[in-house]
Design a protein around this ligand. Sequence first.
Ligand SMILES: [Fe+2]
Length: 207
Amino acid sequence: MHGVSYYNGIISIKHVCHMHQPKNYEHLIGLAGFSETLLKNHFTLYQGYVANVNKIAEKAETIEIGSIEYAELKRRFSWEWNGMRLHELYFGNMKKDALAVNGNSELYKKIAESFGSFENWKKDFLATGAMRGIGWVILAYEKEEGRLFNIWVNEHDAGHLAGTTPLLVMDVFEHAFMIDYGLKRADYLNAFWNAIDWKAAEERLTK
Ligand SMILES: [Fe+2]
């Protein structure tokens, strides 16, 4: 791990060049069902998570192991990290002019195996997204049993299934849709559905 050290068990980045850089998702501007204002606000919010991950990493170099501050920083780190990565997975599984799912893909077959049919899975995924509260919906792959789950994650942290790989990630925080849809969450879910980059999700299953 050249140049990156682990300090107090929290990833510590000693040189600016190793700080996390926010990824650029400007190519999504123009995505059907998502206004430029909403997307730009969302990108800014995501960049805030990246900045906070970097801030915590810097701070980790100055605190005393075992202190109260140390414990709080540990908790905070996971929250900010997940906020960063979940947004990257979310923006990374959307695209303009998205195509429908490939019925011959491994992912499609696994979904049908795990949920009985693709339609059953879709119904469950969207119903999970319609749940009250703020958080994420994740289609996750569990290697040991070779099956898929639709997971609800509260905020960024509560509800992840240990050992699973996120394949498709949907943001259901209010900031993800209220600018465009107000309280019409179902309309946002529909817009997200039409924007899914299935190839990106398929690649996460096979890599
Ligand atoms: Fe978000």
